[in-house]
Design a binder for this molecule. Structure first.
Ligand code: UT7
Length: 329
């Protein structure tokens, strides 16, 4: 991205609903075991919203934190981008609900549907508006209530997902977190590998669609596994090479929290030590578009990001979509 104005991260925030859904509880719901889930995914528990809580509620909490960290008031936000696969409604956009709830009265609003890669797409878009001088403060949020589209009778998917939100305030000339590059790709031929079949114009909601469980996620996990390892390796290698970043300059990798085995396998192929990647999948499971901004916020708050070092965020998901964000902290 040829940057005219330096784009950086002025503040981060995240929010996880308090209710924990443990592997032991899932053992009582489907034919699975804590041992199987931990060994195959690295997940111990995930967070689930209470009834009545919606995606914009989580997004609002994360956004307020990001704005507070940046010392920016809601009225000064120019653009709100929400990446989500679980919007409050089909329309209006969840970003509109967030805009109203936080009082960002001047902000433009849009949702992005790029599944687990959505946050990277959001940062890429927001950074463009800042780099061209159109906007100064862009709030990019990844927020999901995946529990609402999870089939808790399907052991192959229900163990994987959790709810949560993360947010960053991108700002012109922010002191750190400078965006060095964003890379985005998609391949619609793989659309059926991960999808919610019902609820759109192809299979509108009907008694049959509900009876056939068409409004829940369906995932061909084994195919995703191979794709995810391959893409994670490619994205990290390309992100480092294209920005001329040496291994010594690499600070932290923040991967989409998809599966601990996928992350470990990719790092092994790259000969990168496991502790150079930030992971919280054991506590939150896969929160799709929210996973990278939640991890980024936790890494900031735990002082894991070293000034001057490179941060590489990589994601892949339904679409198929994949992408990377490389920053210098
Ligand atoms: O962000 C993108 C969305 N994320 C994903 O799509 C996840 C990516 N994929 C994965 O994380 C892994 O493929 C899974 C965790 C979903 C599955 O792990 P796996 O090592 O690929 O297992 P598998 O699908 O090859 O299944 C192995 C066995 C099967 O039994 P058989 O056919 O060998 O008898 C499954 O039926 O494990 C069985 N199985 C389970 N057993 C206990 C599948 N789910 C469970 C379960 N508990 N929850």
């Amino acid at each position: 991205m040829p940057s005219l104005v330096k784009v950086g991260v002025a503040g981060t925030g995240s929010y996880l609903p308090p209710r924990r859904l443990t592997n032991q509880e899932l053992e009582k719901m489907v034919d699975t075991s804590d041992e199987w889930i931990r060994e195959r995914t690295g997940i111990r528990e995930r967070r689930i919203v209470d009834e009545g809580v919606v995606t914009s509620d989580l997004a609002v909490e994360a956004s307020r934190q990001a704005l507070a960290a940046a010392s920016v008031s809601a009225e000064d936000v120019d653009f709100i981008i929400v990446a989500t696969s679980t919007p409050d409604n089909i329309f209006p956009a969840t970003a509109c609900h967030v805009q109203h709830k936080i009082g960002a009265t001047r902000a433009a609003t849009i949702d992005i549907s790029a599944a687990c890669t959505g946050f990277i797409y959001g940062v890429a878009m927001g950074a463009q508006f800042i780099a061209t001088g159109t906007y100064r403060n862009v709030l990019v949020i990844g927020a999901e209530c995946l529990s609402k589209i999870t089939d808790y009778t399907d052991r192959t998917t229900c163990i994987l997902f959790g709810d949560g939100a993360g947010a960053v305030l991108l700002q012109a000339d922010a002191p750190h977190g400078h965006v060095l590059s964003t890379f985005l790709r998609g391949d619609g031929s793989g659309g059926e590998v991960m999808q919610v079949p019902g609820g759109g114009s192809r299979i509108p909601a009907s008694i049959e669609s509900v009876q056939n469980r068409m409004h829940f996620m369906r995932i061909r996990g084994r195919e995703v596994f191979k794709f995810a390892v391959m893409k994670m390796v490619e994205l990290i290698e390309d992100g480092l090479r294209s920005n001329g970043i040496s291994r010594e300059e690499l600070g932290l990798i923040i991967p989409h929290q998809v599966n601990m085995r996928i992350i470990e396998l990719a790092l092994k192929k790259l000969d990168i030590p496991p502790d150079q990647a930030y992971t919280n999948i054991d506590r939150y499971g896969n929160t799709s578009a929210a996973s990278i901004p939640i991890a980024l916020d936790e890494a900031v708050r735990e002082n894991r990001l070293v000034s001057g070092k490179a941060i590489v965020c990589v994601a892949f998901g339904a679409g198929l979509t994949w992408g990377s964000l490389v920053m210098r902290w």
